[in-house]
Design a protein around this ligand. Structure first.
Ligand code: C2E
Ligand code: CA
Ligand code: CA
Ligand code: CA
Length: 279
């Protein structure tokens, strides 16, 4: 038994070592990738369910690695989550979102918002508020052009500080969405405590909603509850017309998903908007 314990410790140790090494490598690579312009954003349309009118875009980070090809944000953001590099990359994302919003405003799409995903380290960073204020000034945009997406994981780090930060940003006009709603342990506590505007139902519930009774019920009760609280409800991961119809019948405010559009690379956005407005 003793030997066994030793071996287990060894395995654990090696595994931990490898994880740390991988993280250090990632961090260095991210810094270089930023300098070399390997990051970009893709924008996924959000539509008003009732009218099918375009009402926003969620900005999703893309890393085009010269050797490894496109790396999914799920493969590098969690690794960077606790590092300064995530803060730096996050600031880059925010600035790009201001540039994109500025272009949307210039094209006359004044009520189309840009949703920005914020990670935990970024959200508790003391410079975030000042950075956002400075960008509003620089770009001459109202904060209502943006929505800030937080997950329960983001919030759990330091809840008191998170609330303070949200209140300050809301007082200057930013709105907040809780992302991946329903996947954490305390969704209902958050909805009560947090000064939020929008709830995004996680796509894992939407995928099977028409086959799985529990998923269907969870979605429909969430929609009803969110609306009774006077908040806006978004369903993400909508892939079929049947899902869309069911969500529309149950008064889900906004939908986002492959059924309408996959995330659109920045450089294809103008073309997307042209065809959309032409229609
Ligand atoms: P998320 O914030 O939950 O974003 C939604 C994800 O669902 C995106 O994956 C999107 O492409 C995908 N999706 C949307 N509609 C559908 C659909 O109908 N079917 C399917 N199968 N998937 C759909 P993506 O772009 O790979 O991003 C993964 C995650 O990475 C995001 O999940 C978010 O947590 C994180 N992320 C992306 N960009 C950023 C960023 O700029 N900052 C931070 N902190 N996190 C980001
Ligand atoms: Ca999101
Ligand atoms: Ca989500
Ligand atoms: Ca997610």
């Amino acid at each position: 038994a003793k030997d066994n314990g030793g071996a287990q410790y060894h395995i654990y140790h090696t595994d931990m070592y490898q994880r740390v090494a991988h993280r250090v490598m990632m961090e260095t690579e991210v810094r270089q990738a930023l300098a070399k312009g390997q990051f970009s954003l893709s924008l996924q349309p959000q539509l008003q369910t009732a009218t099918k009118k375009l009402c926003g875009f969620e900005a999703l980070l893309r890393w085009n690695h010269p050797e490894k090809g496109m790396i999914s944000p799920d493969d590098f953001i969690p690794i960077l989550e606790n590092s300064e590099h995530m803060v730096e990359l996050g600031y880059w994302v925010i600035r790009r979102c201001f540039e994109i919003s500025s272009n949307l405003q210039r094209s006359g799409l004044t009520d189309v918002t840009v949703s920005i995903n914020l990670s935990a380290v970024q959200f508790i960073d003391f410079n975030l508020t000042n950075y956002l204020k400075a960008l509003l000034e620089e770009f001459q945009l109202p904060a209502s052009c943006f929505e800030l997406e937080l997950t329960e994981q983001t919030l759990v780090k330091d809840i008191e500080r998170a609330i303070e930060c949200m209140q300050e940003l809301r007082s200057i006009g930013f709105s907040f969405a809780i992302d991946d709603f329903g996947t954490g342990y305390s969704s209902l506590a958050y909805i009560k405590k947090m000064p939020v505007d929008v709830i995004k139902i996680d796509k894992s519930f939407v995928f099977g909603m028409l086959e799985n009774h529990a998923d269907y019920q969870i979605i429909m009760s969430t929609i009803a509850m969110v609306k009774n609280l006077g908040l806006v409800v978004v369903a993400e991961g909508v892939e079929s017309s049947a899902q869309l119809r069911s969500l529309a019948e149950n008064d889900c405010d906004i939908i986002q998903g492959y059924y309408f559009s996959k995330p659109i690379p920045e450089h294809d956005l103008a073309e997307f908007l042209d065809t959309r407005i032409a229609n």
